[in-house]
Design a protein around this ligand. Structure first.
Ligand SMILES: Cc1cc2nc3c(=O)[nH]c(=O)nc-3n(C[C@H](O)[C@H](O)[C@H](O)COP(=O)(O)OP(=O)(O)OC[C@H]3O[C@@H](n4cnc5c(N)ncnc54)[C@H](O)[C@@H]3O)c2cc1C
Length: 186
């Protein structure tokens, strides 16, 4: 229940849509069954231990599926995978699915052609209102070779980087040591 006088949920969505993100497809496997879901409410949560977090709507099929699967993979989509984002969000407008290939991997299957992927086992599930937060203990990471061009989501629309990233800097090398202390010293 929202507090009286709190902003209208539609306006809240509109405002939070101004937080530009990448786009992932969350994949999971339980027995012979596979399930995929587009998600951008994703966070790199902790380095020690390595944790990621994804927020899943309680009404999504993925919510119950993750409890059975016990793990998931976060596939970070490349700019030429917008169709997969639409497909795994259930808004693909064509009768036949777009072409995609899955490879068996850690936590869940890996989408071939994604910029990067993180494979994990579900470590904890936390309440998040009408969503649930699935904390994943990271077991594997994957990064595509060559230029990295992620798909972006901003203001309810898909976008691309204006300049392709040929050689991404290692995040730690890109930071000034003074700034790094902010993250690692208590
Ligand atoms: C950019 C973006 C970001 C989003 N971020 C989030 C988020 O962070 N959290 C959130 O909860 N929702 C998010 N959503 C919404 C979410 O993707 C949809 O509501 C989704 O349809 C709900 O998933 P579901 O588990 O009910 O999937 P379903 O409706 O079961 O699946 C979604 C679609 O994926 C396809 N699919 C799934 N599994 C398979 C399979 N095994 N074989 C073939 N096709 C399959 C089907 O086409 C199906 O229509 C986002 C949507 C978009 C576009």
């Amino acid at each position: 229940m929202n507090v009286p006088g709190a902003p209208d949920p539609t306006e809240f969505r509109r405002v939070m849509g101004l937080f530009a993100t990448g786009v992932t497809v969350l994949t999971a496997e339980a027995g012979a069954e596979m399930q995929g879901m587009t998600a951008n409410a994703v966070m790199s949560l902790s380095l020690d231990p390595l944790l990621v977090c994804v927020s899943v709507n309680r009404r999504a099929r993925m919510d119950a599926f993750l409890a059975r699967a016990g793990g998931y993979a976060l596939n970070i989509l490349s700019e030429d995978q917008q169709a997969l984002s639409q497909f795994f969000a259930g808004v693909w407008p064509h009768p036949s699915p777009p072409e995609y290939r899955l490879e068996p991997w850690v936590g869940g299957p890996r989408l071939v052609g994604c910029v990067a992927a993180v494979g994990c086992r579900v470590d904890r599930v936390l309440d998040g209102g009408d969503h649930r937060l699935f904390l994943g203990r990271v077991l594997a990471v994957h990064r595509m070779d060559g230029p990295l061009n992620p798909l972006l989501f901003f203001g309810g629309r898909y976008h691309r980087l204006r300049e392709p990233v040929r050689e991404p800097q290692d995040p730690l090398e890109a930071w000034n040591p003074e700034d790094v202390r902010i993250f690692y010293e208590t």
